[in-house]
Ligand binder design. Sequence first.
Ligand SMILES: Cc1cc2nc3c(=O)[nH]c(=O)nc-3n(C[C@H](O)[C@H](O)[C@H](O)COP(=O)(O)O)c2cc1C
Length: 148
Amino acid sequence: MKTLIVYDSVYGNTEKIANSIGDAVTGDVKIMRAGEASISDIESIDILIVGAPTYGGRPTPPVKYFISNISAGALNGIDVMTFDTRLPARWVKIFGFAAGKIANSLKALGGNLQAVEGFFVLGGKGPLKEGEIERASDWAKKIVNRRG
Ligand SMILES: Cc1cc2nc3c(=O)[nH]c(=O)nc-3n(C[C@H](O)[C@H](O)[C@H](O)COP(=O)(O)O)c2cc1C
């Protein structure tokens, strides 16, 4: 089973979550920053996991750009999972979160959506809330490794 994890991170928190997910998933796993990933990287994968920091309720530009380069139907038959990092403050809910927006985009490209999750940072630059790295690992294991 081949898994590609594509993420962006400005202050390193989303990167820690991406790496935790990468360590948790069994099989052939590749982790790439969105700015370094290209369309050829999604050829012949079984699972695509995309994550971003939430900025103004949306993913950061490198993730948007990565997704915008995927052609319609290119994710047919590929399981997709999305995640973001976000603040726990109540007011940020008004804008929505990156993971949901990424999920909608990947579904529109043919992806088979498996899971959407948010992980909390305690401030814009972090740190991650205690336990989030372990929660990311458990989340990924539960969803990816159940496929066998
Ligand atoms: C310009 C800016 C806009 C942000 N907008 C949101 C937001 O709409 N919702 C939210 O939950 N967090 C927001 N945040 C907090 C980010 O989600 C946080 O900086 C990010 O999770 C850190 O991830 P990173 O360390 O991987 O860069 C914002 C941060 C910045 C700097």
